[in-house]
Design a protein around this ligand. Sequence first.
Ligand SMILES: Nc1ncnc2c1ncn2[C@@H]1O[C@H](COP(=O)(O)OP(=O)(O)OP(=O)(O)O)[C@@H](O)[C@H]1O
Ligand SMILES: [Mg+2]
Length: 239
Amino acid sequence: MNGTTLMQVQGLKVAYGKIEAVKGIDLELREGEITTLVGANGAGKSTTLLALSGLVRKAEGRVRFDGRDLTRMAPHRIVAQGVVQVAEGRAILTTLTVRENLELGAYTRRDRGHRAADIDRVFHMFPVLKERADGLAGNLSGGEQQMLAIGRALMAKPRLLLLDEPSMGLAPIVVQDIFRTLSEINRDGLTIFLVEQNVRQALKIARHAYVIETGRIVLSGSGAELLDNPRVQDAYLGG
Ligand SMILES: Nc1ncnc2c1ncn2[C@@H]1O[C@H](COP(=O)(O)OP(=O)(O)OP(=O)(O)O)[C@@H](O)[C@H]1O
Ligand SMILES: [Mg+2]
């Protein structure tokens, strides 16, 4: 149901040896909404996502998803629950075709029927991928590769989509394209957790937002509220 809590994170701490990267954070991701976590380099954004996906060890804290405790669950089981992270750095398979990359995205699913229909949905969302379906993924532009990475994650039929800086390294116009698409995917009902350094764009599309500084949440509110917040403007929006 829209607006109910889909994922709840309480007291999350993650350390790399002596470095405390995440120092006890609480997050609530509500069903049907885009929630964003914004912050500067090294603030602990990627570490938070990795912890939710089960890819780094949680020193403390609890993660619940749709009533289930994911805190100690293995990464592949977390994916099977429907918590799917878009591969970082786009990590698509450059020597395979666009279509083959999308087909691989479905491999974690138990039901593999409807795969052709799902690929068609991704092609509908990203027409450029359809044009390039049988070309090598490695020949796509940076923005197209990001679209493919998102499309591949959608093939796993997520209930919660996690994204780590999808705007990284892309021209502003392409960033706008990607963010518009995320809004559309969300309007179709998908819950999204977006980690971003592009604070302005992320706050624009997010219903709820958290600001992280050196491993701690220092501000939260609606995306619109934080866009208007003087402290956010000074620190992240160039005054
Ligand atoms: N594998 C690791 N080993 C040791 N320290 C790490 C490791 N990964 C991250 N860190 C440290 O943990 C802190 C948080 O890093 P993290 O990658 O989560 O930040 P981030 O907010 O994603 O930054 P960016 O915007 O640059 O991606 C940083 O101080 C970083 O140097
Ligand atoms: Mg990062």
